[in-house]
Structure formats: C-alpha cells, structure tokens
Design a protein around this ligand. Structure first.
Ligand SMILES: *Cc1c(COP(=O)(O)O)cnc(C)c1O
Length: 383
C-alpha cells in the first residue's frame, strides 16, 4: 500500500491555461494583469485598504519591518512558537525579536505574556494565527493601542479564517499571507502583504518597487519615477500570479474540503481525548478556522516520537512542527526571552500534524483515522 503523504500540493487544472495567457500578454514581470487580479481579490476578500502580491510571506514580513520603521535595538514581540520568518524579518532590520509564550488552549500568542514583555523599546507585536485559529485580537489590539505599538498579523495559515465576523488579516495594521506549496492556496512560492492602515499604503507601494514611485508612474500619476525611500524587489512574477489566480478560483472548494477533513479528524478522535490519550485543537467559539492544519498533542515527547514512527509503519506520514525559536541558535543570537516560554517548549515536544490536503479524499482520511486510533491505543497498552 502506498504511504499517505503528509502534504500533496493541490493543482486545480487551470494553472497552465492562465500561465499561457500571461505569457501571451508579453509582460510577465510583477503587478501585471494576474498580479493585480489576485491582489484585488485578496483586498476584497479580507477587506483591506490595499493588497500586494509578493514573492513569499517572508518577503511580506520584511516589508512590514520596513513599513514599521524599525531601527536597530527596537523590540518586536513575537511568539516563541512560530516559523523562523516571523522573527527573522525583523532581525534583518536590526530589531530584537522578543519571544513570548503561547496560550495552552489555542497555541496562539498569550496576551498576558505580551503585556509583561513590553519595554520602552517595544515597537511592534507580531501575531500568528496558528492553524488558522484566531489569536485573541481584541485583547492584543487593546494592548497595542495602550502602548502605541503596531500590530502585524502573520496570517500564513489563515486564508480564509475569521474572528467573529472579521476576516483574519483585516485587524492588525499590516498582515501577511503565504502561497507556499504547503499552504491552502499555493503557487509554489508566493505571498501577500495587506495594508489596513491607509496611511501606509503609498509607502508600501514604494517599498515593493525597490524604494521608487514606479507604481505611480505606471498608473500615469507622475511622468517619471525615481528613488524615494528604502525598499527592495518584493514582486511576484506574472507566471506565479497566473498560477495563483487558478488556485484562487477554487478557494471556496479547497477550503470546504480541508475543513471537512479537519472536522472528520476532530470528531473521530473525541474518544481518544476523553480517554486522556491525546488532546485535540481548541477552537474558541468566536473563531472560524481555515482547515489549514490538524494537530494532536500527545502526553510526552517520547510518546509523540513513538506515535510518528508507528504511524509511519502503518503507512501514514505525520510530522512535528515548530522548534521553539528561543532555543534556536539564531533566536539566541538575535532575540531574547523575558520569561521562559514553557508552554511553547512543551507543545513543540508533544505536537504532531496529520495529513490534511485537498484531494486526500474520504478513503485515505478513514485510513488515517483508523491508523491513528490503533497506534494511540496500542501505544497506551504498551505503557
Ligand atoms: C509558511 C509560513 C511562513 C513563511 O511563508 P513563505 O511564503 O514560505 O515565506 C511564515 N509564517 C508562518 C506562520 C508560516 O506558516
């Protein structure tokens, strides 16, 4: 029997057609027909002042660091439990990532820990909506406004997802999305920056275009373009944007399929949770998630490692997730931790993600369910 992979990037079938259309326009650099189409879809979907399609979520986070006017020694509060780019993008500006712990239930940044980490040098808070489940945004925005901080949502897992009736990515001053092949919508490598603060829109366009006002020039608003500010090349080529447009047309179907698999896992493992063998994700009542990932927490690191090994023997590839950034060599060198993030360190040891992808299908989903049940139960019997 063929192993069930952890992820398989979904192709919707129209990618080639749109890439051919892009090639036929004779203009395949950034912000062409498809780039603009993807950006306006995203802007409308999330409800932002502006959206920019970028080469990656990492690039969009770097743009946020520039737009936040971060300077060497400024502090940026980030969760210890996240992908490297959430912190690295700000270390690139010379800012200090300050690692804070996550909430035990949602695995999202803990507002109490944010508050305790604020100093005179704090400039920004970066939040990550882990698994597409919203952070406690009301509490976080209140802290930010009390201290005059900007909030950046790393919404790489959260397209589309909601906090009450607000789409994630619409709440902070800036937000970022990823179209990496592991994400819900993908074009291999790609991302987006959403600008919710209207005062940052013009500068964001300049930062994306190497520090120039080329965007205004292309719109005929100025008769030549010139260097105005710092920036870089933060554009996705039309080849990628055409691919992404194909995916966007299937966004609703892809989300529904992923959420369906997530819900099947969730109900299938209720008994294991009741028996104290695993813990399932916690979704607060006000949150609607994206079906981006499904995780289980095992009681200990050893049990998690045995689980991954035994599940693989049963033909299912499952994987762990983030290592605590505060413990990484880069985190030690560039960042600091005001308090030891004990929840992060424990969760990182005990978390496992199950296969969840568009195209997994009912039969394979049931195979995963059966394999997980039998591995968890026999693991518990061995102990
Ligand atoms: C995937 C991911 C990123 C990086 O996305 P890229 O598009 O690969 O740069 C950043 N943050 C989080 C939370 C992610 O999951």
């Amino acid at each position: 029997m063929e192993e069930i992979p952890f992820n398989r990037p979904r192709l919707v079938g129209t990618e080639h057609r749109y890439i051919d259309e892009a090639l036929a326009t004779g203009k395949i650099s950034g912000n062409g027909v498809f780039g603009r189409r993807c950006a306006s879809w995203l802007r409308d979907k999330v409800g932002a002042s502006a959206a920019m399609i970028t080469p990656s979520c990492t690039a969009a986070l770097e743009m946020s660091g520039i737009l936040g006017r971060l300077e060497p020694g400024d502090e940026v509060i980030v969760p210890a439990f996240t992908f490297v780019s959430t912190a690295n993008a700000f270390a690139l500006r010379g800012a200090v990532p300050v690692f804070v712990d996550i909430d035990e239930a949602t695995l999202n940044i803990d507002p109490g820990a944010i508050e305790r980490a604020i100093t005179k040098r704090t400039r920004a808070i970066v939040v990550v909506h882990y698994a597409g489940i919203a952070c406690d945004m009301d509490a976080i925005m209140a802290i930010a406004s009390r201290h005059g901080l900007i909030v950046i949502e790393d919404a790489a897992h959260a397209l589309p997802a909601w906090y009450g009736d607000r789409p994630l990515g619409s709440i902070g001053h800036l937000s970022t999305f990823s179209f990496h092949e592991t994400k819900n919508l993908q074009c291999g490598e790609g991302g987006a920056l959403l600008v919710n603060d209207p005062e940052l829109v013009q500068r964001a366009e300049i930062v994306q275009e190497k520090g120039t006002n080329r965007s205004r020039f292309f719109r005929g608003e100025v008769d030549k373009y010139t260097w105005l500010d710092i920036g870089s090349s933060y554009l996705l080529s039309e080849v990628g944007a055409a691919f992404l447009w194909a995916q966007i047309e299937y966004a609703d179907a892809i989300t529904a399929e992923r959420v369906g698999i997530w819900e099947r896992y969730y109900e299938a493992f209720a008994e294991l949770e009741d028996a104290g063998l695993v813990r399932r994700p916690v979704v607060p009542a006000e949150c609607r998630h994206s079906g981006h990932l499904f995780y289980l927490l095992l009681p200990s690191a050893d049990e998690r490692d045995d689980f991954i090994r035994d599940l693989r023997r049963a033909g299912v590839h499952s994987v762990f997730h983030y290592l605590p950034l505060n413990l990484s060599p880069g985190g030690r060198r560039f960042g600091r931790e005001p308090e030891r993030p004990v929840v992060t360190e424990s969760v990182s040891d005990r978390l496992v993600r199950l296969p969840l992808w568009s195209g997994l299908g009912e039969e394979r989903t049931e195979q995963v369910v059966d394999a997980v049940r039998s591995v968890v139960t026999s693991g518990a019997l061995r102990r």
